[in-house]
Design a protein around this ligand. Structure first.
Ligand code: SAH
Ligand code: SF4
Length: 403
């Protein structure tokens, strides 16, 4: 497979992934500044006609206003000459994803339904805790993969989100929380997890470019140690993720045998457990202080036996992985064919892993009442019948095997 996933066509009858474009043309011809690297802003200003030195200065100023102050209105950028402001505003624009609906769970979790400028819906979730606040960010509208327990997996891939739409989620959360200017201390939004809709490593370039802006000390200023990227196991992209993004890695393992993982995480038929764990062992920067998280969804009578737990410990030790295990109680959704393991089963599973010297906390489901919990994200416009879901699952599988 080509490593350049942004240009990778999704084979078979799946909707194609659009070819990556640095700037999406808008109907009014203006260029979106959010999501452009600092140099790209400078280049765009130069192309529009500014002198190189002017372009460099204005790019620096714009960057600061956009990412440090959260300002989208160019007329409020006081250090840019008044006469030049309209010239910039005619050619450039600074936007946020459109908010269609905002919901709050009884536990304080917040979910936003967002819409792209070409009318595709996606979601983001904010999970407040006593000592931190985590934003769960989407990377795609829908998902090409088809993990059997995941609601997003029942959607087709509609399209990759662009850097502006990925960074835009973080900026929108800052707007909602009143967290401008970017301050290093006392923020509610302290952590980011790429665990919303989509497989981030199938939208690698856009996710990387967006996270670079999020991590920029003069930008949104979130440390890479507070960002986690979760993958279902796109093995060929994992080394690049480590080298070019360098954030914490979470891997959706969910099963320890080929038979079960092939069924519930179908990408396993392409990249098996051994290959995946080897890629984890090779992940740069993983050590005891920065462990790899293995996510493991607890599915009743499917992957939750004591033998499974023991095998998980054996595998982690065999590959000598600095790892922790996150046990996720299965979150139900309409039409799902699995059930959550019993609390006793989950406890026993967790105890075996702890006894093996590996931390294995059970994740408390958050925002279930507003369908904001892990695996519940799916935009309403995509509702399908059970028969359609089965057909779609077969299509996706055929496409994966043909790749
Ligand atoms: N596509 C990426 C990231 C998004 S999913 C990935 O698969 O890793 C975030 C996590 O939620 C993954 O570990 C996913 O497997 C898990 N998940 C999906 N559906 C779930 C469900 N119904 N209940 C609990 N966890 C689920
Ligand atoms: Fe896609 Fe992740 Fe859901 Fe699997 S679990 S279908 S990779 S979003």
């Amino acid at each position: 497979m080509s490593a350049d996933t942004s240009l990778m066509p999704i084979p078979g009858p799946i909707d194609p992934v659009p070819v990556a474009r640095p700037v999406t043309p808008r109907a009014d011809g203006r260029v979106e500044l959010v999501g452009l690297a600092r140099d790209a802003i400078r280049d765009a200003l130069e192309e529009a006609g500014l002198e190189p030195r002017q372009a460099k200065l204005r790019a620096k100023q714009l960057w600061h206003w956009i990412y440090n102050r959260g300002v989208s209105d160019i007329s409020l950028m006081t250090d840019i000459a008044k006469v030049q402001q309209p010239w910039i505003a005619e050619r450039f624009i600074i936007t946020r994803p459109e908010v269609i609906e905002a919901q709050v769970s009884t536990d304080g979790t917040r979910k936003w339904l967002l819409r792209t400028h070409d009318a595709h819906d996606y979601e983001m979730v904010f999970i407040p805790d006593a000592d931190r606040g985590t934003l769960c960010v989407s990377s795609q509208v829908g998902c090409t993969l088809n993990c059997r327990f995941c609601h997003t997996g029942t959607m087709r891939l509609v399209r990759n989100l662009e850097p502006a739409e990925i960074v835009g989620q973080v900026m929108l959360a800052r707007d909602a929380l009143g967290e401008w200017p970017s301050a290093p201390e006392g923020r509610m939004l302290t952590n980011i997890v790429m665990m919303g809709m989509g497989e981030p490593l199938y939208n690698f370039e856009n996710v990387r470019d967006a996270l670079k802006i999020v991590m920029d000390g003069d930008g949104l200023g979130l440390s890479k140690r507070r960002i986690t990227l979760s993958t279902s196991g796109v093995v060929p992209m994992m080394a690049r993720a480590g080298a070019e993004i360098g954030v914490n890695l979470a891997v959706s393992l969910h099963a320890v045998t080929k038979e079960v993982r092939d069924e519930i995480v179908p990408i396993n038929r392409k990249y098996g457990i051994e290959e995946l764990l080897q890629a984890c062992a090779d992940y740069p920067g993983a050590n005891n202080a920065r462990r790899i998280t293995f996510e493991y969804v607890m599915l009743r009578d499917k992957n939750d036996s004591d033998a499974d737990a023991r095998e998980l410990v054996r595998l982690i030790k065999h590959y000598d992985l600095p790892a922790k295990v996150n046990l996720i109680p299965f979150n139900p959704w309409p039409g799902a064919t699995y059930e959550c393991s019993t609390p006793e089963r989950i406890r026993s599973f967790s105890n075996i892993i702890f006894a093996g010297g590996i931390s294995a906390p059970v994740r408390t489901p958050r925002g279930r009442d507003i369908d904001a919990a892990c695996g519940q994200l799916k935009t309403a416009s995509q509702k399908k019948s059970r028969a359609e879901l089965d057909r779609l699952a077969e299509e996706k599988q055929a496409a994966l095997e043909a790749e």
